[in-house]
Design a binder for this molecule. Structure first.
Ligand SMILES: Cc1cc2nc3c(=O)[nH]c(=O)nc-3n(C[C@H](O)[C@H](O)[C@H](O)COP(=O)(O)OP(=O)(O)OC[C@H]3O[C@@H](n4cnc5c(N)ncnc54)[C@H](O)[C@@H]3O)c2cc1C
Length: 430
């Protein structure tokens, strides 16, 4: 990898997400050599992926070059690399661009979509965990409408205009709301020769309420908002299969659709070599102690979504959200420096700053520690917080200008099929 050996200890971070970047910032200008590896050369602001999928934002405005974040950091090296294996015995990583030795290793690899072993759903559904996947979904949504114009088969047209989203967490809720707004504000203008009133958006949730990690008030208000926008919510319904045409559930309900979006779960993005049964907790996350140290590995740490720190207050680990990732990254940065100074480590304490979700224009729900609110003010708070956490001044400005423009013009101009998604429509012909 052409990384020089120095007298400083080498800390290798796998992953330039929220956790990896906040850790890297803490190690800036210290007596360590830091190597950051990521399979992408950019950091992705995942909370706004649904806006890319629905043409509200260009992908460039929610991605930021990792090299630019690290550009003034001395003793820092970035390599575009996919890590394939960790040889813990040799303190070595195996990657697609060669091997690399480490003194300390930090897993900040985040999470991947969890299909719970259902291969059929994995093959035929759309996920929304990365920018390429969001662009695929954007193309597919638009291609479906182009195709709906061409068919003279009633059932095919219905299936093309049916959107089924599985998972009533923030991702599913935000995507459903955005699709409903497109149906209302954009489709009638773009497709005057298509009866876009027939567009249906279904949100399927296995439990008894959507946004189950938030307060009951937030759940019921979000449900009201979505139903007001015309989204059909199916609770107590578990999707069991999708062959690319028919969605099967554990009830009598089935859906015919060309688009199933799977937002029903994530699991830790593990790497071979650190995947023994006793290392992994529920959801493929790596068990760590209160210092984010991986059990039985003194020089290996895990932070963010991939880490499972089971405490009395968090028996299933911390929520797989940006704030725990950022806070763990910061705390680990301080702890690594303490470790090198032979000082005692500081246990991680999560400061829950609350959670929020938007359902659409003027509609959001916010749960803070002492106050919960919904509606227009919540929507402004949601926008402010997301702008604040975006990396890069340019990105903040572009997103802000886009939002103002979209708000005034009731528009989403990035509805472009730049990179077509090759959907096989033949299944709908018969
Ligand atoms: C659609 C969506 C909406 C979300 N909305 C919210 C929200 O509103 N609020 C909120 O708090 N959280 C939200 N989240 C969750 C939040 O984005 C994650 O909790 C957060 O990104 C976790 O940070 P992380 O650093 O652990 O992982 P990530 O940010 O996922 O970063 C992991 C990095 O590791 C890299 N990587 C992985 N494996 C390898 C490998 N083998 N080799 C090299 N590189 C690798 C990846 O390329 C990536 O850059 C959302 C997530 C999604 C998908």
């Amino acid at each position: 990898m052409n990384i020089p050996k120095t007298s400083f200890p080498r800390i290798v971070i796998i992953g330039g997400g929220f956790a990896g970047i906040s850790l890297a910032k803490k190690l800036n200008n210290k007596e360590v050599q830091v190597v950051l590896l990521d399979k992408h050369n950019y950091h992705t602001f995942q909370p706004l992926l649904y806006q890319v999928s629905t043409g509200g934002l260009e992908p460039d405005s929610i991605a930021y070059p990792i090299r630019k974040i690290l550009k003034d950091f001395p003793n820092f090296f970035f390599r575009l690399a996919q890590v394939k294996e960790i040889k813990t015995g040799d303190n070595t990583l195996v990657t697609n661009i060669g091997n690399l030795e480490y003194d300390y290793l930090v897993m900040a690899t985040g999470s991947t979509t969890n299909y719970y072993g259902n291969r059929e759903i994995q093959l035929n559904s759309m996920a929304m965990k990365s920018i390429p996947q969001s662009l695929n979904l954007r193309s597919l949504i638009l291609e479906n409408f182009e195709q709906a114009l061409l068919t003279d088969q009633y059932h095919e047209r219905e299936a093309l205009m049916n959107f089924v989203i599985v998972g009533g967490g923030p991702t599913g809720v935000e995507l459903a709301g955005a699709l409903a707004e497109i149906k209302k504000g954009i489709l009638p203008k773009d497709y005057p020769d298509l009866d876009t009133r027939k567009v249906q958006i279904h949100l399927i949730q296995s439990g008894d309420r959507i946004l189950k990690e938030m307060s009951e008030k937030a759940s019921s208000k979000a449900e009201d908002f979505l139903e007001g926008l015309g989204v059909q919510i199916w609770k107590h319904t578990r999707v069991t299969g999708y062959d690319g045409k028919t969605v099967k559930t554990d009830t009598d309900t089935i859906f015919e659709t060309a688009t199933l979006v799977w937002a029903a779960g994530v699991k830790g993005a593990g790497i071979r070599g650190l995947d023994a049964k006793d290392v992994l907790a529920r959801g493929n996350r790596i068990r760590v102690n209160e210092f984010n140290q991986v059990m039985d590995h003194d020089n290996i740490f895990a932070v963010g979504d991939v880490a499972c720190m089971q405490t009395k207050d968090t028996p299933r680990g911390h929520p797989m959200m940006a704030q725990p990732a950022i806070q763990q990254g910061k705390n680990l940065g301080e702890n690594l420096l303490r470790l090198l100074d032979n000082k005692p480590l500081k246990p991680f304490v999560y400061k829950d700053k609350g959670s929020m979700a938007t359902v659409g224009r003027n509609k959001a729900v916010v749960d803070l520690k002492n106050i919960k609110f919904q509606g227009v003010f919540a929507w402004f708070v949601w926008m402010f917080v997301h702008l604040f956490f975006l990396i890069g001044f340019r990105n903040r400005m572009v997103v802000f200008v886009n939002w103002v423009y979209n708000y005034i013009r009731f528009d989403r101009e990035a509805r472009l099929i730049i990179r077509p998604f090759n959907r096989n429509y033949s299944a709908f012909k018969d």
